[in-house]
Design a binder for this molecule. Structure first.
Ligand code: NDP
Length: 324
């Protein structure tokens, strides 16, 4: 089968299309014929070694397709040969077939195509846990979301609005600002031109925001802390601009008894019940039209390196998907 393999850490050129044997599912696993796979910033961290993995590996942390076969003694309700399934947070989806633990697979409802399912899983469940569980933003509260026109950002704006919050968001260009507004953002700040922290304070009459959902990291971290109101929450969930240097906890006291957390989807969808509930919400909201996916960028598997170049150069909006 064809697969995108990484033998050496590095730039997009480290992604190599190869023929490798189709894997065999062991106990508790399913072999899935992959139809579509989502591209995520997480892939970049794995490709470059920021998140270390054993080499060589097949890249890709989410996908959708059809169950081909099950390993011995594998019995999970709804997961059987022929079932349409999707998954996230398991390596190996940039390939024609993937072996996935059956407990990580969720059934895809009729009415959602494979591309949408693959596109929704990782970023959708991330947006879901951030605003439903990590900091469940409430009606009447103000949230600041960085990179609001990105894959996760567009979904998070919609989910925070769904909860009744006022949403401020940052983006790098006027075109991205339009998209973020279209997703429901109340105020959009061009953080490449404006001091977003001062602007967020101005927009909240000097009080500051209740929560910042920050996936940008290095270039936004200090400003995010500075625009929170006392006892506000900084939810740092990514590092698109680079890693945040070590933090002195006293800073949190000095800036108003703030909370800082660095969550990961892995800890918010580990139990099967929680996974099914989160994925069920996300896929259900897409199916009933409550949540809109933006999938402007669809690439063949062989063009994954270009997808990575586009993602890293800040040229993309919404979700990037590979068709297999
Ligand atoms: P996005 O589609 O959001 O792309 C990243 C965006 O970050 C860019 O479009 C860009 O938006 C912004 N950005 C700011 N500075 C830079 C920079 N120096 N280089 C590149 N981009 C920059 O990607 P994803 O939705 O896939 O991921 C967003 C973030 O969320 C990532 O940091 C990822 O690791 C994180 N994440 C974390 C998870 C978790 O559980 N902790 C799970 C899923 C994602 P603009 O041009 O508007 O600035």
């Amino acid at each position: 089968m064809k697969a995108i393999r990484v033998h050496q850490l590095g730039g997009p050129e480290a992604l190599v299309l190869e023929d490798i044997p189709t894997p065999t599912p062991s106990r508790g696993e399913a072999l899935v014929k992959v139809a579509a796979a989502g591209v995520n910033f997480l892939d970049v961290y794995q490709r470059t070694g920021r998140y270390p993995l054993l080499l060589p590996f097949t890249l890709g942390m989410e996908g959708a397709g059809t169950v081909e076969s099950l390993g011995p003694d594998t019995q999970i309700a709804g997961i059987a040969p022929g079932a349409r399934v999707a998954w996230a947070m398991h390596l190996g989806s940039f390939a024609e077939y993937a072996v996935v633990p059956a407990t990580k697979l969720v059934p895809v409802p009729a009415g959602i195509d494979d591309r949408s399912a693959a596109a929704a899983m990782l970023q959708g469940m991330t947006a879901h846990y951030l605003c439903e569980t990590t900091y469940p933003v409430k009606s009447g509260e103000t949230a600041l979301i960085h990179a609001g026109a990105g894959g996760t950002g567009l979904l998070l704006i919609q989910m925070c609005k769904r909860r009744g919050a006022r949403v401020l968001t940052t983006v790098s260009t006027p075109e991205k600002a339009e998209l973020a507004r279209g997703a429901g953002a109340d105020e959009v700040i061009l953080y490449t031109q404006t001091d977003f922290s001062a602007e967020a304070r101005r927009l909240t009459d000097g009080k500051g925001v209740h929560v910042v959902y920050d996936s940008v990291g290095k270039t936004t971290f200090d400003g995010s802390l500075a625009c929170l109101r006392p006892r506000g929450y900084l939810v740092l969930f990514g590092a698109a601009s680079g890693a945040v240097p070590p933090v002195d906890p006293m800073v949190l006291a000095q800036k108003g008894s703030l909370f800082l957390t660095r969550p990961s989807l892995a800890n918010y969808a580990a139990e099967r019940g929680e996974l099914l509930q989160r994925a069920g919400d996300v896929l259900g909201w897409i199916a009933n039209g409550e949540l809109k996916l933006r999938m402007e960028h669809v690439y063949p598997l062989a063009d994954v390196a270009q997808a990575h170049r586009d993602l890293e150069s800040r040229q993309t909006t919404g979700k990037l998907v590979l068709v297999i």
